[in-house]
Design a protein around this ligand. Structure first.
Ligand code: ZN
Length: 264
């Protein structure tokens, strides 16, 4: 039991690294928004409206423009938190809500609008993405649930003079796949994010001058990294935790063998 609890220790530095890198990616996205000129802000908003019209999303989507003057409490709607809305207000993030609304600060970060329209397009026009949308939020949490649960399992060891049974061997193989399964459970979220960015970049390349399209692509890259940090962290928590657990339990079994040897 004590060894199982200790196997959670590697999760602490992984969470620190996760938070640090995610915050720095958000900062990079914020810096892109800050680097936009007045003209670029206008161009982005006009072209986003053009996309909404052209893709017939205008009437299906409700854009909630969260500016510095907005009273945030009016816009609180699960699963969005006040911190999420503060990020939107600052211009470091934007959200697409399943009811068809986009939360964005159009005055500060219209660079994120193309990506959010990409989510709206997935949600309204792709039966595949419509189907996996309910999995989006769970696929942010399940990787960590699986990673922590994987540390409850022990490696099967053969009894003295005996070999592992088929079942024990299968259990060990399954145990080894758990870090990968934990990471893979984030796929619905990664696919949704990847496709929204892919659509946004196509529209940006088509409608904007190359430098501005590049700025958008750069902010989406950092946005995607904040999501990619989830499977990477879950994998590391599970993989490193298991290695540490196996290391601790091999030390314990060596000690037990030593005491047996000395008492004989
Ligand atoms: Zn997104």
């Amino acid at each position: 039991m004590c060894i199982t609890i200790s196997s959670y220790a590697p999760a602490v530095p992984v969470f620190f690294a996760h938070n640090f890198s995610t915050n720095s990616f958000f900062k990079k996205m914020f810096n892109t928004a800050k680097s936009l000129s007045e003209d670029e802000i206008k161009i982005l908003n006009n072209n986003a409206d053009k996309i909404l019209k052209r893709e017939k999303l205008e009437k299906l989507i409700d854009i909630k423009n969260i500016t510095s003057k907005t009273n945030l409490s009016k816009f609180l709607q699960t699963p969005l938190t006040i911190q999420d809305l503060q990020q939107v207000q600052q211009g470091s993030n934007a959200f697409f809500h399943g009811d068809g609304s986009i939360y964005i600060n159009r005055e500060v970060a219209p660079n994120l609008l193309f990506h959010e329209i990409g989510h709206a397009h997935n949600n309204k026009f792709s039966s595949f993405f419509k189907k996996i949308f309910p999995l989006y939020l769970p696929s942010q949490k399940i990787p960590f649930v699986l990673a922590f649960a994987s540390l409850l399992l022990n490696e099967e060891k053969p009894k003295e003079g005996e070999e592992l049974t088929k079942f024990q061997k299968a259990k060990n193989v399954f145990r080894k796949t758990l870090p990968f399964l934990a990471a893979a459970s984030s796929l619905p979220m990664l696919m949704e994010e990847g496709m929204a960015t892919h659509k946004a970049n196509i529209w940006a390349r088509e409608l904007l001058e190359p430098n501005l399209a590049k700025k958008l692509a750069k902010s989406y890259k950092f946005g995607f990294l904040t999501y990619l940090a989830i499977p990477i962290s879950a994998f590391l928590i599970s993989f490193l935790g298991m290695k540490y657990k196996d290391f601790l339990s091999s030390g314990k079994s060596n000690k037990m063998a030593d005491t047996k040897n000395t008492s004989q």
